[in-house]
Design a protein around this ligand. Sequence first.
Ligand code: FAD
Length: 393
Amino acid sequence: MYNQIVKKPDKCYGCGACIEVCPKKCLKLGKDNLGFKKVIMTDENACISCGACSKVCEALNMQKGENIQCLKRYYAQNKDSNVLKRSSSGGVFTALAEYVFRNNGYVWGVQMNGNGKNEFKCASNVENLKSLCGSKYVEVDTALPFSKIKEQVQEGKLVLFSGTPCQVQAVNLFLKNKKYDNLILVDLLCYGVQSPAIWEKYISEVSCNNSKISNVQMRYKEPSWENYAMKIEFDDGTIYKKSRWKDPYLLSYATNLYNRTICMNCEAKKFPRVSDITLGDFWQIDTLPVISKEINIDSGVSIVLAHNEKGNEILKQLDEYLYMHELPKQIFTNMIERFSGCSKKNSNKEQFFKQLKTESFEKTVKDNIDSQTYTWLRFKYLKVKRILKRIKN
Ligand SMILES: Cc1cc2nc3c(=O)[nH]c(=O)nc-3n(C[C@H](O)[C@H](O)[C@H](O)COP(=O)(O)OP(=O)(O)OC[C@H]3O[C@@H](n4cnc5c(N)ncnc54)[C@H](O)[C@@H]3O)c2cc1C
């Protein structure tokens, strides 16, 4: 009997580990109608019921625990302003990657190619790393590079794998939960991954001549990190740029209209995590009693969680490159639900997809999402409050 998750795509995380281990090669990667990865059984008669696919399936073997705390909590910002420009929040991913390069290692992350498809890429130097920086809020198009990671780790190289919590769980499981000193697992606080088909539709509306994408920044920090914009550069020299309050993708990507079904019931994002370090946006920075003066909030700030001694020791060695401060435990405790909870299905989902069949993505978004006025007002209020707090301190 083969892994029954194959028949339940709503429960599948789409990591592709089952395909990689199948000795008879009777599973393959397909796509559903939203472009999400889906495992397909190609030949049931060839299946020898060895159970290999079930053993590596994270939906069946998710590690769970009771401890919702982590070893250490920090907020941090990279000292290099150029790194901050290409990072989604505080550029901690780059600082970690550079640590790996100084130790002749490899860094795995996600880049978007010219066709707007996300893919895993391995970088071994700073130049190569640039395309991995910045979050691309779309599901990765390919299966995870399990065997290559395993090979590098077993060769004794220092390897950093970064990805969403479910991707990190999948790598950990593929390596049979074995802890390697030379493997650093970095996951993200994750809302969920978005539909590649919707992204494709959006790109077709914003690109002028069906030109290829040369660079994408979904968190272009102008005028600031919190007031970010979408910036897409195309091969023909055109540039699309629109504020988060106007761009249809940024207005809708976090509204549960077109994320992967399992993201609304994700077990991987719960704590404790199997990763060594977790990174996220520190949107709650205003809850700190005092914000360290050298941190420029407009350039982006990361929350950084060390889950074990290994992760914490690495972070301690980044002092030269990061402004990093401990986060009071209580502030983290107040935020924990946001980190591990899942959001509910959007009640406009059916209507959204019905309308999308005949209308543009932009119009469909405008007609189906709530006004952003409240969020915008709250954003302005926090900004004024922060300025007053800084003057007072
Ligand atoms: C799909 C997704 C959802 C997220 N949801 C949240 C959230 O709800 N709350 C929150 O606080 N933070 C979230 N983040 C994390 C946040 O956007 C930043 O990535 C994080 O703060 C690290 O920022 P940085 O400045 O240190 O480094 P950056 O340079 O911004 O690091 C980006 C990292 O994300 C990886 N990455 C980029 N796109 C993808 C992708 N599609 N799939 C997997 N990995 C990818 C890169 O390889 C790199 O490791 C999410 C990230 C992604 C990719």
